[in-house]
Design a protein around this ligand. Structure first.
Ligand code: BES
Ligand code: MN
Ligand code: MN
Length: 466
C-alpha cells in the first residue's frame, strides 16, 4: 500500500472534507425528538450519498421502525480481511440553547486554548458526525488512489443516542451482509492531542424513569400539608438513600457481579496521565466526590454509578403556588461494569425502589434502554493494528484506557457478529459532547483521517502474517 499517495490525496482535498462535514452538521438530526424525524432522514440520505460518491457499493438507507440505518460496502476480494465501520449520524438535543456561543446547528470554527488551530463548534461535531465522517473521507482517499487494502462495510445508524433499539434487530436479521473480521469505531476520546490512547472498555447502562404518586390529585398545601405524603419529598428521600456516605450504592446485590480489578491492573491504569487540579479547575469544583477508596479515573471506568439525570414535579412556574403535588418523577441512570448485566440491575433497582417507598406513596418504575459493558483485549491483531496506526501518526505509542461512557451496541456486535470492536476514537473529554458548545478540533478531525488508512494497512499486514 502506497501511503504517500493516500496522504497526498488527503492533503489536497482537506478543505472540501471540512466543508462537507459542516454541511452535515447543519442538519439537526436529533433522534430523541420526533419533531426532527425528517431531519434525521435527511442526514441519513446525506451520508448515503457521500458513501456512494466515495466509491461504496450496495449503498442503501434501510428504514426501521425508528430512524434509518445507512449501509454501504466495498468488497475487493472475499479472501481479504473485512473491516466494518460503525458510527452514528444522530445527535443529542441541543438544549439549553441559550448557553451556546454560536447556534448548535450553525457550525463555526474558532481557536481555543486547547485547539489553537481551531475547533468546529456544533452539536454532533465530535459525537459522532465529525468522527464517523473521518472514516468516509479516509475511504474516499484510499479509493481515489487505488490503495484500499481491505474489504470495508459501513453501517452508520441514527438511533445511538436513544439506545440503538432497531440496530440490534437489523444486525440479527443481516448477519451475512454484516459478516466481518473486525468492527472499527471512532466514537470515543483520546487523553490529549499529545497523548494518544485507545479505549479498551465501555460501561453498560440501566436507565429507568420513576413515577412517584401520593394523593390522587394536587392538594392545597395548607389544608392537607403535614398529613399526606408529599411525593416530591418522598422521592428526594428515596433517591438520597440510594447512596451511603461513602458513595456506595445501597441497592442490595448491586455489586454482586462487579469484577474485582487486581492491584497490578489498577497500578497499570494509574500510569495514564491525569491532572486532578486541572480537572477541578476545568469544572469549577473545589473537590471531586465519589466512591471511597477509588481514584477519579477509577470512579469513571472500573466502578459502576447511579445518577439522577432529571427530576420534576409540582409547581416550577413564576412566583409561588402553594401545592402538595400528586406526582413526582425522576430519570435515573446506572453505569455498569463487567460482569453486571442491565436486565438484572434494572430488576434489582425496581424491587429496591418500591420497597423503600414511605407510607402513602406508590411507585412505578419504567425501564428505558439498557446496554452491556465491554472490555476489549489488547493482545489481538485488531488492537495491535490500531496501536501501530496511532503510533505512526502521533509519533507516540497510545495508552490503553477504559472509558466511562456507553455504546450499547458494541457488546451486541460481539454476540451477534462474533467479531471484536476496536474503539479508535479521536475526541477529547473537553469536547463537551452532549453539552452546549460541543466542539471537535480540526487537528483531531485531520489526525483521524490520516490515521485510519494506516489501520487498514497494518490490519491487512498483520492478518496475512498469521
Ligand atoms: N459516544 C458516546 C459514548 C462515549 C463517549 C464513550 C465518550 C466513551 C467516551 C455515545 O454517543 C453516547 O453518548 N452514549 C450514551 C449511551 C446511550 C444509551 C444514550 C451515553 O454514554 O450516555
Ligand atoms: Mn457517540
Ligand atoms: Mn452521545
Amino acid at each position: 500500500m502506497n501511503m504517500n499517495t493516500v496522504q497526498q490525496y488527503i492533503e489536497q482535498h482537506k478543505e472540501r472534507f471540512l466543508s462537507e462535514l459542516l454541511e452535515l452538521l447543519k442538519i439537526p438530526s436529533i433522534s430523541a425528538d420526533s419533531a426532527h424525524k425528517d431531519d434525521v432522514k435527511r442526514a441519513a440520505h446525506f451520508v448515503a450519498e457521500k458513501l456512494s460518491s466515495a466509491g461504496a457499493e450496495q449503498v442503501q438507507v434501510h428504514e426501521t421502525k425508528g430512524h434509518p440505518i445507512v449501509y454501504g460496502e466495498r468488497i475487493l476480494d472475499e479472501a481479504l480481511p473485512t473491516i466494518l465501520v460503525y458510527g452514528h449520524y444522530d445527535v443529542q438535543p441541543a438544549a439549553p440553547l441559550e448557553l451556546w456561543e454560536t447556534p448548535a446547528f450553525e457550525p463555526h470554527i474558532r481557536a481555543t486554548e486547547i485547539h489553537p488551530q481551531g475547533a468546529i463548534f456544533a452539536r454532533g461535531a465530535a459525537d459522532d458526525k465529525g468522527q464517523f465522517y473521518m472514516h468516509l473521507k479516509a475511504f474516499e482517499a484510499m479509493m481515489a488512489t487505488g490503495e484500499l487494502p481491505c474489504n470495508v462495510k459501513f453501517m452508520i445508524e441514527g438511533e445511538e443516542e436513544v439506545g440503538s433499539d432497531n440496530l440490534s434487530d437489523f444486525c440479527k436479521a443481516n448477519q451475512t451482509l454484516l459478516k466481518t473480521d473486525v468492527i472499527l469505531i471512532s466514537d470515543t476520546s483520546i487523553i490529549a492531542n499529545d497523548t494518544p490512547s485507545i479505549t479498551v472498555g465501555l460501561r453498560g447502562m440501566s436507565y429507568v424513569e420513576v413515577e412517584v404518586t401520593g394523593p390522587n390529585k394536587d392538594l392545597h398545601s395548607g389544608v392537607y400539608g403535614g398529613a399526606v405524603a408529599n411525593p416530591i419529598n418522598a422521592l428526594c428521600e428515596m433517591i438520597a438513600s440510594l447512596k451511603d456516605k461513602n458513595g456506595h450504592i445501597t441497592i442490595p446485590h448491586f455489586y454482586d457481579k462487579v469484577a474485582v480489578v487486581s492491584k497490578q491492573e489498577r497500578a497499570e491504569m494509574a500510569k495514564a496521565p491525569f491532572d486532578l487540579e486541572n480537572y477541578k479547575l476545568d469544572l469549577g469544583i473545589d473537590d471531586v466526590n465519589g466512591e471511597l477508596g477509588y481514584t477519579t479515573s477509577e470512579r469513571t471506568s472500573i466502578r459502576p454509578t447511579l445518577d439522577v439525570n432529571g427530576i420534576w414535579g409540582g409547581y416550577t412556574g413564576e412566583g409561588s403556588k402553594t401545592v402538595l403535588p400528586s406526582k413526582a418523577y425522576a430519570k435515573i441512570s446506572m453505569r455498569l461494569v463487567p460482569h453486571q448485566d442491565s436486565q438484572s440491575i434494572t430488576q434489582l433497582f425496581e424491587q429496591h425502589f418500591k420497597s423503600i417507598a414511605p407510607k402513602g406513596i406508590q411507585v412505578q418504575v419504567r425501564p428505558h434502554h439498557g446496554g452491556e459493558p465491554v472490555v476489549t483485549p489488547t493482545d489481538t491483531v485488531e488492537y495491535l493494528a490500531a496501536h501501530k496506526a496511532m503510533e505512526k501518526t502521533f509519533g507516540k505509542a497510545p495508552i490503553p484506557v477504559r472509558g466511562g461512557g456507553s455504546i450499547p451496541i458494541v457488546a451486541l456486535f460481539e454476540q451477534v457478529l462474533g467479531a471484536k470492536s476496536v474503539l479508535m476514537g479521536f475526541g477529547l473529554n473537553s469536547d463537551v459532547i452532549h453539552s452546549p458548545n460541543e466542539n471537535y478540533g480540526l487537528f483531531n478531525f485531520y489526525k483521524g483521517i490520516e490515521t485510519i488508512p494506516y489501520f487498514y494497512h497494518y490490519y491487512r499486514a498483520l492478518k496475512s502474517d498469521k
